[in-house]
Design a protein around this ligand. Structure first.
Ligand code: ADP
Length: 345
């Protein structure tokens, strides 16, 4: 089955000016009928809609929730890699931490939740991979080292943009979050996640959106935040910490990426950002990862960590992967423990 056709069947969306209709999988329909193609009809106002407007929206949401819960029943840990800030290395760390854990024999999948700016397809080497039918649902493409990856970059070339359909011209902002999360729900429900030790979500930027993902994914999902040693990035990540701390999701900690620059000629870590001050983030630091131009080159070419030589960045990623695993396996998170001690004190 053609990948674009399959995705088109998941949820209504528009690519290259062509509208695609919802699918056999896509059961979540919103009450658009009152405004769709309504040039000659009077548009209904909010107060004109009685109850759910005939959409059965609550039942549909409940149905979708059940399908998501069923689909993820075999997944042991759900971890969302976020930041709030863009360009700090969320996708890079998601893929390479997954690679480090995969090398230890764990069963891992990545869901690239950045639908409009997907990086995982290129980084993981699954650009152009086809989504084919599995035994019950849709099978996921895999990296050379066996990590299952969903990324919109597999089906949409980098020269094209994904456009979520909106009810009326110029109204895409109204529908965007609804469409985006409906789509995420369809992906969770329609693909074969199977039995996994870890499903990692590579989140888009935005502190506010990070919280929306926490709301949507529910308290089962833990968060790992990524920052770089700049005050600007740390400030944004601090907002994400503050926002996430209000909810029930576990904050595993943060990773400081681009923490120094690995100079191959002198085999030493040199300063990259002039920011010697501690991060000030009140969650555990799971490790620091230096900037390594060779890692950036690997990302651009889609070569997995296993093929990176033994370097400081490789060792740093190994360390963070171990910390992540320890944090997930520990019955009580360091954050919760610290919070309880603070309360008692
Ligand atoms: P984000 O997902 O937060 O937007 P990315 O993971 O896409 O950020 O990283 C942005 C760019 O920086 C990419 O080109 C990536 O390869 C590069 N990069 C990120 N971390 C490192 C690192 N530690 N060493 C070298 N390049 C890195």
């Amino acid at each position: 089955m053609q990948a674009a056709v399959l995705i088109a069947r998941l949820v209504p969306w528009r690519l290259d000016g062509v509208s695609y209709q919802p699918s056999p999988f896509g059961k979540l329909r919103l009450p658009l009928s009152s405004v769709e193609g309504s040039e000659h009809r009077k548009m209904k106002g909010y107060h004109d809609i009685v109850g759910d407007g005939g959409s059965r929206i609550l039942e549909q949401v409940a149905e979708q929730r059940t399908r998501i819960t069923d689909g993820l029943a075999g997944v042991r840990h759900l971890v969302a890699v976020g930041s709030g800030k863009g360009g700090v290395g969320k996708s890079t760390l998601t893929l390479h931490l997954a690679g480090a854990l995969r090398a230890r024999g764990l069963r891992i999948a990545i869901l690239d939740a950045d639908f409009n700016g997907p990086s995982q397809a290129r980084m993981a080497g699954v650009q152009g991979a086809l989504f084919v039918p599995g035994s019950r649902k849709v099978a996921l493409p895999r990296t050379r080292n066996g990590i299952a990856v969903f990324s919109m970059g597999s089906v949409i070339p980098e020269s094209e943009a994904l456009e979520f359909e909106s009810a009326a011209h110029g109204e895409s902002h109204t529908w965007r979050a609804t469409r985006e999360f409906a789509f995420l729900g369809e992906i969770l429900g329609a693909f074969e996640w199977g039995t996994l030790d870890l499903l990692m979500f590579d989140l888009p930027p935005g502190a506010e959106r990070t919280v929306q993902y926490a709301d949507f994914l529910g308290p089962r999902t833990s968060f790992l935040l990524v920052t770089i040693p700049s005050e600007v990035a740390r400030g944004v990540v601090a907002r994400s910490v503050a926002a996430l701390s209000k909810g029930p999701n576990r904050l595993l900690g943060y990773v400081e990426n681009m923490s120094g620059y690995y100079c191959r000629d002198c085999d030493a870590i040199k300063p990259l950002f002039v920011s010697p001050a501690p991060s000030g983030l009140e969650i555990p630091c799971l490790g620091t990862v230096p900037f390594d131009p060779e890692l950036a080159r690997h990302c651009d070419r889609g070569i997995p960590l296993a093929e990176l030589p033994e370097t400081p960045v490789g060792r740093a990623l190994e360390h963070v992967a171990q910390q992540l695993l320890d944090s997930l396996e520990s019955s009580t998170s360091a954050c919760a423990h610290a919070a309880r001690e603070q309360t008692a004190g």
